[in-house]
Ligand binder design. Structure first.
Ligand code: DUC
Ligand code: ZN
Ligand code: ZN
Length: 473
């Protein structure tokens, strides 16, 4: 199939120009002004529209068991929501449960492959280090996986001790992988949570109060220092504090290869949202903090201290006792109500995979904080580069996958749960005004979103074998 996207305003991370894109099958084959249109081509008029590479969400959780439930978007419903928001690639995390790394990866393929509706890959959590794991880590490149995630929090579960993180960083260095870190102080959190429970502090705000800012700040600096000593790159996920951004800036000024990701929720919300009567909707880890943190995170994005915009999408129902209708069927999945009497039992996580690009467009580009090109860099090109998928993903150039978004910059809407496609009963941006929204979304040349029309299918998303030795931005 031959497709020409004609007369659009083409926006990449590096430049903006008016032109056409010629697609043959799944690939872009030509890009430029006034391309000769092949006779058999389907022509899409993109006048007045922006044409951008499909979004790459570097941080999502789909079908993730947590406490006594499971996150409510699986690899189909989450991918569908992503596509409607302009995202055509998503990376989620393989939990390090029992068995070998390989067993865990196989298990995650079983959950994902038949459902995937956009292209995807996995990061591998390293939650324990022993001779078998050490021996297996260098082999992950054969699985197409070139990034590890480690945790300085969740003692007794996912946390690694500093020495084990240092060793993981060194194994990553030897193999050209990237280490990602969830940076909070697990020891302090455990003490504060135990004290809060003993004192009968059970409301949602205590989730944030028992995970103080300083716990993230010191863990970002500690992890950066470990990466510095291992002389290898580090990527700090879901950054939520201004102090953490200061530490990344300091590390980078010292020449360390430290990069940072934030997510929309940390730019717009604070602990005051968690204090609302429906505050459980905002419970995720790490938590939202203050307006000053929101502002410092914005500055970090604007100055390039932070390179990517993820979501940490991990949706739960607010009231999982009440079904919603999803694709014509009623469904209810236990959610935030599990913790109505105890903040430690509220499933951690938020919907966001479909909100990311429209929200950042209106409130980032629309407000003049970031340029259109920076928007593409943060939401698509930088994550594709950092995670070894560029230029197949995150670019509009001959040879790249034809993952293309036609963006209508004039489209205005009142956003919210009725509009977003996540499989849950609420949206964090309920009633927010948006200007600018995806109109058509192509995945490898296939039109999967056309206005409100969905043509994606479970299983059409392909697993991406990512490359090692990716650039440090
Ligand atoms: N944080 C969450 O809130 N949910 C899923 C995983 C994570 O890191
Ligand atoms: Zn995390
Ligand atoms: Zn996460």
């Amino acid at each position: 199939m031959t497709l020409v996207i004609k007369s659009g305003k083409i926006v990449t991370a590096a430049e903006t120009f008016h032109g056409d894109i010629l697609v043959e099958g799944e690939k872009i084959v030509q890009i430029g002004a006034n391309l000769k249109i092949p006779e058999n081509a389907e022509v899409i008029n993109a006048e007045g529209k922006l044409v951008m590479p499909g979004g790459v969400d570097p941080h999502v959780h789909l079908n993730l068991p947590m406490f006594d439930t499971v996150s409510s978007d699986d690899h189909y419903t989450g991918h569908k929501a992503a596509a409607f928001g302009g995202t055509t690639t998503a990376l989620d995390f393989v939990p390090h449960w029992e068995g070998s790394l390989r067993d865990n990866i196989d298990r995650w393929h079983e959950r994902a492959d038949d459902l995937a509706a956009i292209d995807f890959s996995f990061h591998m959590n390293i939650e324990r280090l022993n001779p078998e794991v050490r021996a297996e880590m260098p082999k992950l490149v054969k699985e197409g996986i070139t990034s590890f995630k480690v945790f300085t929090a969740y003692n007794g579960r996912m946390r690694l001790q500093d020495g084990d993180i240092f060793e993981t960083l060194r194994i990553a260095k030897e193999n050209g992988y990237l280490t990602m870190v969830h940076a909070e102080n697990g020891d302090v959190i455990d003490i504060l949570v135990a004290e809060a429970l003993a004192a009968g502090h059970l409301t949602p705000e205590w989730h944030a109060l028992t995970r103080p800012s300083w716990s993230a700040v010191e863990a970002v600096l500690r992890s950066s220092a470990l990466a510095g000593m291992a002389d290898t790159p580090l990527y700090v996920v879901h950054m939520n504090t201004g102090g953490g951004v200061d530490q990344v800036q300091y590390a980078r000024e010292q020449g360390l290869k430290v990069m940072g990701e934030t997510c929309p929720q940390y730019l717009f919300f604070t602990i005051d949202d968690i204090r609302r009567s429906d505050g459980a909707k905002w419970i995720c880890s790490p938590p939202m903090r203050t307006v000053a943190d929101n502002q410092r995170l914005w500055k970090g994005l604007m100055e390039g201290t932070l390179q990517t915009m993820g979501t940490d999408h991990c949706a739960f129902f607010y009231d999982g006792t009440q079904p919603i209708v999803y694709e014509g069927k009623k469904i209810a999945i236990p959610g935030k109500e599990l913790g109505k009497d105890d903040f430690t039992k509220i499933p951690n996580g938020l919907p966001g995979i479909g909100d990311r690009m429209p929200i950042l467009w209106t409130y980032g580009v629309g407000s003049g904080k970031i340029s259109e090109n920076e928007f593409v860099a943060l939401c698509s090109t930088n994550p594709a580069k950092i995670f070894g998928m560029y230029p197949q993903k995150g670019s509009l150039m001959p040879g790249a996958d034809a993952d293309i978004v036609l963006w209508d910059p004039e489209r205005e809407l009142d956003y919210g749960v009725a509009y977003a496609k996540h499989r849950t009963d609420y949206n964090l941006y309920e009633g927010w005004k948006l200007k600018g929204y995806p109109e058509k979304v192509f995945l490898r040349g296939n039109l999967i979103v056309d206005g409100e029309q969905w043509s994606g299918r479970p299983g059409m998303g392909k697993f991406l074998h990512r490359n090692p030795d990716a650039p440090v931005l």
